[in-house]
Design a protein. Sequence first.
Length: 241
Amino acid sequence: MSIPGLDAWLQTPQGRYVMAWEQARIDAAVADLFGYNAIQLGLPQCDLLAQNRIPLRQVAHDSGNVDVICDLRQIPFAAHSIDVVVMAHVLEFHAEPHQILREVERVLIPEGEVLITGFNPLSIWGLRRRLPNCPRDFPWNGHYLSLLRLKDWLQLLGFEVDRVSFGCYAPPCRHERWLKRWRFMEASGDRWWSFAGGVYLVRAIKRVHSMRLILPNWKQQTSRRKALSVVSQKEMEDHER
């Protein structure tokens, strides 16, 4: 699962630009999430749970300076034991994203929440991958998931998408000065073409439908017994006559 080129990219203007937006949005989202256990899957280079107040916060990854080293396809946590899961750019850079989502659904408690960030294929960043001179290193070598596809996957697992945010509307320039020149697109993008942000943040809630016990209608049964008793008494009187 270790992504080649990720560490180097995080130090580039592109990487700092994207992660600044994601860190700010995730900080705001997790600040009001409560519970007992929260985990961050992948991207151990960033503390995405820094603003969360859940007492036990852990980072799980297959390598690096993390709290739990594991295969994200088999998360070593008990079922229904985690309140919040945060994962940034995990699904589009893993060969089995479905299995990771299934594991997230398994470990989350009912009404638990998951926050997912990813690159938007329907954006300038997504179109950049289609150009013939596009590099083949991170972040262009991932299998970008459209928001519609991700919503379908979440819905099949019983999640309800609560909210979606888009950001990073500037083109994927390599140099800091060009990214700054395109920053004016942030405000206009949020207003006019929010679906075309370079990255998105999805917040979803695990819904579990409770069982409803179907109890017998005691009143109806009582009225039937009374009717039967009246009929039987009348038949006995007629028989005696």
